[in-house]
Structures are given as C-alpha cells and as structure tokens.
Design a protein around this ligand. Structure first.
Ligand code: NAD
Length: 283
C-alpha cells in the first residue's frame, strides 16, 4: 500500500502536530479545518514551528520551505478525496467521530486508509460506520506530536493485515517508534497514565499539597519530565475528562471516575494550556 498523500481532519492541538510531522517526513498533506480562521491560524503555527526547527538547526531553511509547499490547509472536506491515508483528530466524542467516518467513507477514494487519533474510544465503532471496516485503524500520536516518539497503532477486530502493516510503516517513515495495540479503552499509555493523573487531581482537591508541590514531587521524586497537573493542562482538561469517561465506561474502575474538580474547571472554561487557564495560568 503506497502512501504519499495524507489528510488530517481537525486543527486542534494534535491535528496540526500530526500535519507537521507528516509534512516534514515528505508526505503531501491536506489539513482540513471547519473554519477558515482555524486553517489560517494552523498554517501560521506550523510556519512558526518550522522556523524554530531551522533556528535549532534541526532542518534547513530550504527543507522547511519544501515542507510548507507540501501543505494544503482547507475548509473543503472534499479536498481529502484523493488522499491515501486520512487521520482524523477531532474532538474525543464517539458520535462526532462516527459521523465523520461515515462522511469520509463516502468522499475518500476506495482502499484509502481511514485512521483515528482517538486516545480511548473504540476504533471498531468508527470502522463499522464505514463500508470499508478492513481499511480502518487507530494511529495514535502523543502530545506534542513532533517531539514524542511513540505511536500506538490500534488494531480493531475488523482491520486487514495490509492496513496494519501500512499504518506501522507510515509511523516509521514519520520517524516514530510504533507499538501495535489491541482496540481496548486507553490502549497502553492512557490506560496506565490517566488513573494516575486523576489521582493527582484528588490529592489537589484534598489540599494534600499545592499544584506546584504535587508536580515538583513527581518530577523530583520519580524523575518524571513534567508533573501530573501540568501534563493535564497540556493534554486539555476537556479531552482528559473524555478519556477518563471512556476508561470508566469500559472497565468500571473507580480510579477512572473523573475527579469533580476536573468537571468544574471544564464547566468554567478552564481547559488548560489551550484556553490559557487550567491548574496554571499561561500568558
Ligand atoms: N491532547 C492530547 O494530548 C492528545 C494526545 C493524543 C491524542 N489526542 C486525541 O486527538 C483528538 C483531538 O484532540 P486535541 O487535543 O487536538 O483536541 P482540541 O480540543 O485541541 O481540538 C479538537 C478539534 O476538533 C474540532 N471539533 C470540535 N467539535 C467538532 C465537531 N463536532 N465536528 C468536527 N470537528 C470538531 C475542533 O474544531 C478542533 O479542531 C482527540 O481524539 C484526542 O483524544 C489528544
């Protein structure tokens, strides 16, 4: 299966990161946003990120120009029609993703792979919304997509071996280390990570320590690169609740029952870094 043109749907934190990874790895990329202003702002963000790579001598100015020339940012979903692989990275909501898969199935050429960047949701439910369930899988990047090396390739019961091999190969061409995982909520990383992050919020709720001290404790005590509350801010508190809800729904483990403070913060619009307010303020 030859992949040369990659579509990315959703221009949030992860969509733009995945688009950038694919561009710098030599793929032609179509990045689809619902709104023109998001498309324009994503191109700006990618330009700034590439400029930083040039500054840090991670790529030449010429390679950065070539990468940008491979990007088409559009609001027109039909532009994804001739992509060989489309990765959706829209909001973590199963109904939204199922509708999107059903739509993509109608407009993207036959035999192209349709993939999801979901953190926790059942990939098989998205596959079954299409008439090509054998060509659907999960390709789960980590945040920030450009910096993190792991990709979980998720195999739903319906996926063909060709689809899985093509997804593994795509991740490798992107310079990533793929692991193949079963289609089970949270896969490997989030199934282990999120109960821990949720417990950090409970400590914070009980006033065991301040946010700064909780994060400092895990950095200095466990050698983690960042503390749990700063990590929740980076992931996005709305996305974090969606991940916890999916884990709780699948396993019924009380450790995944989202801490009330998380829900209150999201209700207040405090989504973490992306809204500039979370456990910390960002200016
Ligand atoms: N944030 C992370 O650390 C992280 C890491 C890996 C995977 N993911 C997954 O990536 C996906 C996107 O997460 P994100 O962090 O980029 O979220 P985000 O909130 O930054 O972006 C969400 C995107 O979805 C779009 N969207 C919202 N409602 C929509 C709708 N009804 N129809 C179509 N598009 C809609 C938004 O316009 C935006 O472009 C989710 O499935 C999430 O689980 C997130």
């Amino acid at each position: 299966m030859n992949i040369s043109k990659v579509g990315v749907v959703g221009s949030g934190i992860m969509g733009s990161g995945i688009a950038e990874v694919a561009m710098i790895s030599g793929f032609e990329v179509v990045l689809r946003s619902r709104r023109q202003e998001s498309a324009v702002s994503m191109v700006g963000a990618i330009e700034r990120s590439l400029a930083k790579r040039v500054e840090r001598q991670k790529m030449t100015a010429e390679d950065a120009r070539d990468a940008l020339a491979r990007l088409l940012a559009t609001t027109d979903i039909d532009e994804l029609g001739d992509c060989d692989l489309v990765i959706e990275s829209v909001v973590e909501d199963l109904e939204v993703k199922r509708h999107l898969f059903e739509h993509l199935d109608r407009i993207v050429k036959p035999h192209a792979i349709l993939a999801t960047n979901t953190s926790t949701l059942p990939v098989v439910d998205m596959a079954m919304a299409t008439k090509r369930p054998d060509s659907v899988c999960g390709i789960h990047f980590f945040n920030p997509a450009v910096a993190m090396t792991l990709v979980e390739v998720v195999r739903p019961l319906t996926a063909s071996e060709d689809t899985i091999q093509a997804a593994l190969n795509f991740a490798k061409v992107c310079g990533k280390e793929p692991v193949l995982v079963k289609d089970e909520a949270g896969f490997v990383v989030n199934a282990l990570l999120f109960p821990y992050l949720n417990n950090a919020v409970r400590l914070y709720e009980r006033g065991v320590a301040t946010a700064i001290e909780i994060d400092k404790s895990m950095k200095l005590g466990c050698g983690f690169p960042m503390g749990p509350l700063a990590l929740l801010d980076l992931v996005g508190l709305d996305t974090s609740i969606a991940i916890l809800d999916a884990l709780y729904k699948e396993f019924g483990d009380p450790g995944s029952l989202a801490a009330p403070t998380l829900r209150r913060m999201v209700a207040a619009g405090h989504l973490g870094k992306k809204s500039r307010h979370g456990f910390y303020d960002y200016h």
